[in-house]
Each structure stands twice: as C-alpha cells, then as structure tokens.
Write a protein that binds this ligand. Sequence first.
Ligand code: IPE
Ligand code: IPE
Ligand code: MG
Length: 239
Amino acid sequence: MENEGSNLKMPRHIALILDGNGRWAKKRGLPRTAGHKQGCVTLEQIVEDAARLGVGYLTVYGFSTENWKRSAEEVGALMQLFRFYLKRLIKVAADNNVRVKMIGDRTRFDRDIIEGLDRVEEKTKDNTGMTFVIAVNYGGRDDITRAVRRMMEACRENALAAGDVTEDTVASYLDTAGIPDPDLLIRTSGELRLSNYLLWQLAYSEIYITDCLWPDFSKEELLKAVAQYNQRERRFGGV
Ligand code: IPE
Ligand code: IPE
Ligand code: MG
C-alpha cells in the first residue's frame, strides 16, 4: 500500500473538470479524438490513485449538456470511447472496491450505453471504498431544472408542500442526493470557469486550477492540488 499522501488530509469529496484533451492532441499534431483516448487512460489511473489515497468521492465531468454542440464525428468518437470505458470500469471498480454512480440525464444516450451504465452501477453498488461519480450529459442548470420539475410533480401529488421546501429538500431532488458537497474542485487546462458543472453543490468548494492538460494529469498533480487544499482556510461565511 502506498502512503505518499499520508501527511496530507484528503478531501472527502473531489470534483474534477477534466479539460484539455483537444489541446493535448493538437500540440502533438493528432486528431482531437486521440486526446480523448489518452484522457480515458489517465482517468482510469486517477480513479485508482484517488481510491488508494482514501478519497471518499470523486466526481468527474466527462461530457456536458453543451458538449452535444461538437461535431457529429467528435460526439460519435466520445460515445464510442464511453462504451469501451464503461466495460473496463467494471474491472477497475472491482479491483479497487469502487462504487460507481452516474449523474446527468442518461435518457439521451443510445440504449446500449444506458444498459452499460445500469450494469456498472448495479455490479458495483455493494463496494465499500471510494464512490466514483461520472457526470455525463450533465449540466448544473439541467440538474436543477429536472429537480424543480420533480418537486412540482410531488407537490401536485400532495407529497410535498411549498412551505416545507428547505435547502435540504432541494438537495435531495438533485442527481447528487446523498452525496456530500465537493470540498475541492480541480479543473485542468487553465480555464477559469465552471462550464455549468455542479452549480448548486460547489457553493463552498475550494477551487484549484492547473495549466496541466488532462491527459498529462497524474497522481503527483493530484497531490499538488490536495497539498494546496490543505493550506486553505475554509470559513463558510463565518469569521
Ligand atoms: C475535455 O477536453 C473533454 C470533454 C469536454 C469531452 P476538451 O475536448 O474540452 O479539450 P479542449 O478544451 O478542446 O482542449
Ligand atoms: C467542460 O469542458 C465540460 C467537460 C469537461 C465535460 P468544456 O471544454 O466543454 O468547457 P468550455 O467549453 O471550455 O467551457
Ligand atoms: Mg475543453
């Protein structure tokens, strides 16, 4: 067992925006899809590293509700990689006692992908180590919109009264129900924005942005982010 992170306090929940696959490929004169392929290899390794370092929850933004705007060719390649990745994930999760959960609107995917998602969630549901949350066809605004819709349906069925709605009620209708809010958000490739990620859930997360392109990300980079997180003073609006 490794212990490089043993002097660091691991965040309970790390949210990750994996960005820069296209730029990584461009730098090498390769097609964007080559960057996505390498990005998958990196992701597999990071899931294993995070699980071994004792991270409780790792939530990774893999495909946003806005990413459908990309060319049919790129979206197709991403879907193909996702299919392949879901199969491999069953083994990675089993080897590392990882529980897998998907957030986002899965209804827009092809049937076999939906089945793949269902399968990996079902096969890993009793694992007791890290929870790996994959955000695909995920958008923070879409998450909140779908939650509002379901809350209104519950109201109509008299299962919920408007006056009883608290922040906890709203949280319980989001895709992340039951998952603690992220302590640390890491974004690779230097962009200073949220790109519609976990808008509600990131309210008090510490933010770490690195210029490292996602395919080049590593356990060392992860530990750098955690080390910086350890220096932060979290006040949550207090003094
Ligand atoms: C992140 O890499 C992966 C996805 C958003 C699917 P990008 O594809 O956004 O890479 P850049 O930002 O163009 O470099
Ligand atoms: C955010 O990256 C979405 C994912 C990493 C899945 P984008 O590359 O889509 O974000 P923008 O377009 O630069 O904001
Ligand atoms: Mg990008």
